[in-house]
Design a protein around this ligand. Structure first.
Ligand code: COA
Length: 324
């Protein structure tokens, strides 16, 4: 096990991912209840809402109220998603009103231009211009631009398999822009938006990105669409990746992924369980998180995909075995 990291950082995206795809409507108070419960589980970073167009994503029509309403627990970084200047301006407005959000700049692209158009109504040329405009706003507001992300990095339901060379080309394009504009990017986020990755392709893409930019950290944003989420995360850990996005109970999925049952991120409590069972520190109380996963199921009103939330952790099973 010497090739595995001793600690991994798990970024919870369940609220943002989940409420963007649920048919709902889900009461604002219940969204806040989920975020507050997540804050009690040892998570260090939670993505709480999505400042995108409510016409595109009706589930986040109440993002402003959610951001105003949840309890801030000291030590946790709470952040929100935006994909355009309007969304960024909404986040800045909350910040000026004392929201205490973790504001960091992220420049983004996709390996599939068709998906970019479906998701954000823009193509590559427009995207570079839009990312440049956003960098200016970050700089005017003293927000560090630290992250470069690429969606559909492993395959796309519209365009098919994605070559590693395409991932490198698209990342190079936005990293060149970041350098030109004086940003110190710290890490790259590789997203398997549509569940095309497998452990071998995770190793191939992570290996190629690391070879090209050895100074950058790597985050994996994996979806569990075809049941390989945990295996893919494990492959990432074998490559030394220590940053993962995940969603409690396996909530979520991208509404623009051309998949009827688009699955959410790899399930947080299942991923944390994998780590803790193997002696990899996460800082997460897995038993508490299982309770939050069950709460999430109650909030959305239908069964969710997580395994541990149905089977239970081994804490109770070990105690029962000992007592027998
Ligand atoms: N917040 C609130 N409203 C927004 C908004 C935002 N961030 N961005 C756009 N809008 C509104 C505009 O005000 C406009 O409203 P109007 O018709 O009443 O004037 C309308 O949405 C269209 O705006 P426009 O700038 O033309 O955007 P667009 O139609 O080109 O869409 C996006 C671009 C990015 C806003 C839209 O595609 C989107 O929000 N996509 C969401 C993608 C997503 O969440 N994916 C899942 C996670 S990756």
């Amino acid at each position: 096990m010497s090739d595995l990291p001793s600690k991994v950082h798990i970024h919870e995206e369940g609220p943002r991912e989940g409420f963007q795809i649920e048919k709902g409507p889900i009461a604002t108070a219940r969204k806040i209840e989920l975020i507050d419960a997540l804050s009690e589980t040892g998570l260090e970073k939670i993505q709480v809402a999505s400042f995108v167009s409510p016409k595109a994503v009706p589930g986040w029509v109440d993002a402003d109220e959610v951001v105003k309403g949840f309890k801030r627990k000291p030590g946790i970084n709470y952040h929100v998603l935006w994909l355009n200047e309007k969304g960024l301006q909404r986040a800045l407005m909350h910040q000026k009103e004392g929201a205490g959000l973790d504001m960091f700049g992220s420049i983004s692209t996709t390996a599939s231009e068709t998906f970019m158009r479906k998701n954000t109504n823009r193509g590559y040329d427009d995207n570079v211009r839009i990312q440049g405009n956003q960098i200016k706003i970050y700089q005017e507001n003293n927000i560090p631009v630290v992250r470069a992300s690429i969606m559909t990095a492993f395959g796309c339901n519209y365009e098919g398999p994605v070559e590693v060379a395409t991932v490198i080309k698209r990342l190079a394009e936005i990293l060149a822009l970041a350098e030109e504009m004086g940003c110190a990017i710290e890490y790259v986020s590789l997203a398997d938006t549509m569940g095309w990755a497998n452990p071998a392709s995770v190793k191939r893409v992570v290996g190629a990105v690391r070879e090209k930019w050895p100074e950058l950290g790597i985050n994996l944003h994996l979806h569990d669409t075809r049941g390989l989420g945990i295996a893919n995360a494990y492959a990432g850990m074998q490559m030394g990746v220590t940053e993962f996005d995940s969603a409690v109970a396996g909530l979520g999925g991208c509404p623009f992924a051309a998949l009827k049952g688009a699955a959410g991120n790899v399930c947080t409590e299942d991923l944390a369980f994998l780590c803790e069972e193997m002696g990899i520190e996460t800082g997460i109380d897995v038993d508490k998180l299982v309770e939050v996963a069950q709460l999430a199921e109650d909030i959305v009103g239908h069964p969710l995909a997580g395994s541990l939330m149905h089977a239970g952790t081994l804490t109770a099973a070990r105690a029962a075995a000992k007592a027998a």
